[in-house]
Write a protein that binds this ligand. Structure first.
Ligand code: ARG
Ligand code: GLU
Length: 740
C-alpha cells in the first residue's frame, strides 16, 4: 500500500512539475519556450517579445530604481509601477497640507509632475551570452579564488569590448551558479517624475492584514514619467528635459481576463533558489525560517502594542512595521507551502533519480553526500548568523545606529580625517531621518525581548559577555535594557549630535566609552571571529559544489528545460489565469470585484477604510467602459500561475496579443515557497486588473488627460476604433501568428 502511495506521489510530482514554472531569459524564448507559449494561446512570436533588431515588448519594460519593475504605457514616457514601489517618492512629497499618501496625487499637466532625486529608470538594450569568454582559462581543480581571479579579469575585458555608446552601461552576471555568464547593455534615465498616485485607501487597501493574501482588493499602482535630453538620451534632472519617446510602449486591453487565459509577466525578479539540495531545504523549513519568524513575531508584538495606544506612534512606525511584517508573513507562508507540497520529500526523490542516472564512476557521485556533510558542518553557524542579522541588523534599531557609528570610527582609523568628515555628513543626514521616526521606549522593550531570546537560543561562546546567560543567576534583560538605554548617547538625538560636533579624536573617545557602542562592537567581534569566518569558509565550498551540482543536473537531464535562478536580471514568465484550492474544501476563484472592497470596508480603520468618492461611484455603479462586459461588475484583482518573486513588483501582466491587462504586485501566501520550490497547484501571482487602474485614473481621479495618452484596445470584441496611436509599432503587432 505504502509503495503504491509513494508511486502515486511520484507520478503526481513528475506530472505537475511544469505549467507556469520558470523565469526565462528573453533571448532563449525562441528555442525553449515559444512553442509552449503558443500552445497556451499566445499569438506573439519570441521575436515580438525580445528583439535587438526592432522594437519589441522588452523595450517597454523598465527596471524601476533598481528594485522594482515598471512599464511604458504611452508614447510620452508614461511609466506604470506599483504604489508600494513609488511609496518612498510619494511619501517624500507628502506634507501635512499636501497629504499625497492619504489623498492621492494627480499632476494636472506635465508642469505639475514632481521630480525625484536619485530615482532611476533602466532600459535593457541588449543581452549577450558571454559564457565562453568569461570562462576562458578556467580549469577543473582550481581553487575558488583562482577561478574567480581569472573570471574577474575576463569580465573586465568583455565590458570594455561591449560598450558601444558612452551613455550605456554594461553589467555581467553569473547564471546557473556561475556555469554561464550574460552581459546586459543598459541605458539608465535619471529624470523620473511622479505623475499620479491613488490615495492609500486604494493603493494600499488591506495594508498588512491583506498583504500576501488572496482574495485581494488593492489598487497597488502609481504613475511616473521618464524625461530625457533633447536627443531622447539620459540627462540630469532639469526643467528643460522632454518626455522620453520609447521604442515601444504597451497598448492596454480592456477585454479583461477569464480563467485559463494566457498571461505573460515581464520584469526583474530578485532572487530564487530553485536548485538547492534537500538538506538545504530541510534547514530552511525546520530551522532558519522558524527562527526568523519567532524573532520578528516578538518585535512585531511589541511595536503593535504601542502603535495601537497612540496615533502618532502608529504613523511613526507604520512603515517599519510593514517592512518587518512583510517577510515575517512571507516566511510563514513559505514554510506552510513547503510542508504542504512535501518539498523535502520531492527533492529527495529527485536526488535519488539523479544518482540512479549517474554512471558508477561518475565524477558527480559524491556531490550529494558532500552537500549533506557541508550543510551539517555549516548548520550551527548558519543558525547564529540568521539570529545575529535579525536581532542586531533588523529589529533592534539602536544596534543599527551603533553599527553605523562603528563604521564612522573605522573610516577615521583606516582612511583618516578627510574620509571621516565625508562619511560624517552622510551619517548626520541619515540620523536626521532616523530620529524623526524613533521611539526609544519601544526600542528598549524590543532590545530586552530579543537579547533574552538570543541568550536562550544561542550558545554563550557566540555571544558578547554583556548578554551571555548565566544559568546559576538568571539575568534580567529588562533591567539590562533600562540601564543601557538610560546611559547611552545613541538613543538621544541631541546627545549623539553633540558628540559628532566634537573633533574626531574626541568624538571617537566618547563613542568608545558608550555602553551600547561597546556592546555592539563586542558583539560584532565575537560574531566575526566565531561565526562569520567559519560560515564563509564553508559557504564558499557549498557555492562551488552548487555550481558543479547545477552542471551535473544539466548534463544528467539533457531533455529537461532548465531556467536560471532569479538574480535581478530581466526575465519572462508565463502561465494562465487560475484559481486554486489552498486547503481541503476551500476553493478560490481567480478574479475579485469592487463588491469585495465594500465587503471589507471598515469606516475609520486605517487598513480598510474606503474613500467617499469610491463609495459614491460604487453606489451609482458608474464604471464607464471599465466594467466587465459579462457581468457589469468592476474587476479589481486577478491571479495566475506566473512564476514571480520580489522585484517583479510593478511588472506588467500581458495578454496573448502583447497588450497590458494587469499589474503584478504580490503572491498568494500559500505559494510563496515558489522561491525554493514552485508548485503549480498553489503558486499564484497577484495582479491588479488594468481596468481598475484606468477606472481610478479616469472616473475616480478625473485625470482623463492621462487616459488620452494611452492606447486602448479591445482585441477580443474588436468594437472600439483605435485612435491616437503616435508611435509606430514595428514588431509586436505586425507579425500576428495564429496557431489555433
Ligand atoms: N508583499 C508585497 C511584496 O513584497 C507587498 C509589500 C508591500 N505592502 C505591504 N503591505 N507591506 O513585497
Ligand atoms: N511585493 C513584491 C515586490 O515588491 C512582489 C511579491 C513577490 O514577492 O512576489 O517585488
Amino acid at each position: 500500500m505504502k509503495k503504491i502511495l509513494n508511486l502515486l506521489l511520484f507520478a503526481f510530482i513528475i506530472q505537475v512539475s511544469h505549467a507556469g514554472e520558470g523565469m526565462w531569459l528573453p533571448l532563449f524564448l525562441k528555442s525553449l519556450n515559444e512553442a509552449e507559449m503558443q500552445d497556451l494561446g499566445m499569438r506573439l512570436s519570441a521575436e515580438d517579445i525580445y528583439s535587438v533588431n526592432q522594437g519589441s515588448l522588452k523595450d517597454a519594460i523598465v527596471h524601476f530604481g533598481g528594485f522594482c519593475t515598471s512599464e511604458l504605457i504611452s508614447s510620452q514616457g508614461l511609466l506604470l509601477t506599483n504604489h508600494h514601489c513609488g511609496y518612498g517618492q510619494i511619501q517624500s512629497h507628502t506634507t501635512l497640507e499636501n497629504n499625497y499618501l492619504k489623498k492621492g496625487f494627480w499632476a494636472k499637466n506635465k508642469s505639475e509632475e514632481l521630480m525625484n532625486e536619485g530615482l532611476t529608470a533602466t532600459l535593457i538594450n541588449e543581452i549577450v551570452d558571454v559564457t565562453s569568454q568569461a570562462l576562458k582559462g578556467v580549469k577543473k581543480g582550481m581553487t575558488v579564488k583562482e577561478r574567480q581571479a581569472i573570471i574577474d579579469i575576463n569580465l573586465e575585458a568583455i565590458k570594455n569590448e561591449l560598450i558601444k555608446k558612452d551613455y550605456q552601461d554594461v553589467a555581467i552576471r553569473p547564471f546557473f551558479n556561475g556555469n554561464q555568464y550574460f552581459a546586459f547593455l543598459t541605458t539608465t534615465y535619471r529624470d523620473i517624475r511622479l505623475v499620479g498616485a491613488p490615495p492609500e485607501s486604494i493603493g494600499k487597501f488591506g495594508a498588512d492584514t491583506d498583504n500576501w493574501v488572496w482574495p485581494r482588493h488593492t489598487g497597488d499602482f502609481s504613475l511616473f514619467r521618464i524625461y530625457a535630453g533633447p536627443d531622447n538620451l539620459p540627462a540630469d534632472p532639469s526643467p528643460e528635459n522632454k518626455p522620453y519617446e520609447p521604442k515601444h510602449f504597451l497598448p492596454i486591453s480592456l477585454d479583461g481576463v477569464e480563467e485559463d487565459d494566457f498571461t505573460l509577466v515581464f520584469g526583474f525578479p530578485g532572487r530564487t533558489q530553485e536548485y538547492l539540495p534537500s538538506p538545504a531545504v530541510e534547514e530552511i523549513v525546520d530551522v532558519l525560517d522558524p527562527a526568523k519568524i519567532a524573532i520578528r513575531e516578538r518585535a512585531l508584538n511589541i511595536i503593535d502594542k504601542y502603535m495601537r495606544q497612540d496615533e502618532a506612534t502608529r504613523i511613526q512606525y507604520a512603515s517599519k512595521f510593514a517592512r518587518i511584517a512583510n517577510y515575517w508573513k512571507k516566511w510563514i507562508g513559505e514554510v506552510t507551502g513547503l510542508k504542504k507540497t512535501r518539498a523535502v520529500a520531492k527533492k529527495k526523490n529527485f536526488e535519488k533519480e539523479f544518482r540512479g542516472k549517474l554512471p558508477r564512476d561518475s565524477e558527480y557521485q559524491n556531490i550529494l553526500p558532500e552537500f549533506e556533510q557541508l550543510y551539517k558542518e555549516r548548520a550551527p553557524y548558519a543558525y547564529v548568523r540568521d539570529y545575529y542579522s535579525e536581532v542586531t541588523g533588523r529589529n533592534i534599531e539602536l544596534m543599527s545606529v551603533a553599527g553605523i557609528m562603528q563604521r564612522l570610527v573605522s573610516a577615521y582609523e583606516n582612511n583618516g580625517a578627510e574620509a571621516y568628515q565625508g562619511f560624517k555628513g552622510r551619517v548626520i543626514n541619515y540620523l536626521q531621518g532616523f530620529y524623526k521616526n524613533y521611539n526609544p521606549k519601544i526600542d528598549q522593550e524590543v532590545f530586552a525581548a530579543l537579547t533574552e531570546m538570543y541568550s536562550e537560543n544561542i550558545d554563550n561562546k557566540y555571544s558578547p559577555t554583556q548578554i551571555q546567560s548565566n544559568t546559576s543567576a538568571p539575568k534580567s534583560y529588562k533591567y539590562l535594557a533600562e540601564d543601557l538605554y538610560t546611559a547611552t548617547a545613541l538613543a538621544d538625538k541631541d546627545k549623539l549630535m553633540a558628540i559628532l560636533d566634537m573633533e574626531p579624536e574626541q568624538a571617537i573617545a566618547k563613542l568608545r566609552e558608550d555602553e551600547v557602542f561597546k556592546l555592539s562592537s563586542d558583539w560584532k567581534k565575537v560574531y566575526d571571529k566565531e561565526v562569520a569566518s567559519p560560515y564563509n569558509a564553508l559557504n564558499s565550498q557549498i557555492d562551488s559544489l552548487q555550481r558543479i551540482y547545477m552542471k551535473a543536473l544539466m548534463e544528467t537531464f539533457p531533455e529537461k528545460r532548465f531556467y536560471p535562478d532569479a538574480n535581478s536580471t530581466m526575465r519572462v514568465t508565463y502561465g494562465q489565469v487560475k484559481g486554486y484550492s489552498p486547503t481541503d474544501a476551500v476553493t478560490y476563484g481567480p478574479v475579485t470585484y469592487l463588491d469585495g472592497v465594500m465587503e471589507k470596508y471598515k469606516p475609520g480603520d486605517y487598513e480598510f477604510d474606503v474613500d467617499q468618492k469610491l463609495l459614491d461611484l460604487y453606489d451609482a455603479q458608474d464604471y464607464g467602459k471599465y466594467a466587465d462586459k459579462d457581468n457589469g461588475k468592476l474587476p479589481v484583482c486577478f491571479i495566475g500561475t506566473n512564476h514571480t518573486t520580489g522585484g517583479n513588483s510593478g511588472s506588467p501582466a500581458i495578454d496573448a496579443n502583447g497588450n497590458l491587462i494587469g499589474l503584478n504586485f504580490d503572491r498568494a501566501w500559500e505559494g510563496t515557497m515558489s522561491d525554493i520550490n514552485y508548485d503549480p497547484s498553489i503558486c499564484r501571482n497577484i495582479m491588479t486588473d488594468v481596468r481598475y487602474i484606468l477606472f481610478v485614473v479616469d472616473k475616480f481621479a478625473g485625470a482623463s488627460h492621462l487616459i488620452d495618452e494611452m492606447k486602448i484596445v479591445f482585441p477580443k470584441s474588436k468594437r472600439m476604433p483605435i485612435k491616437n496611436q503616435t508611435v509606430k509599432h514595428k514588431g509586436v503587432f505586425g507579425g500576428k501568428k495564429s496557431k489555433k
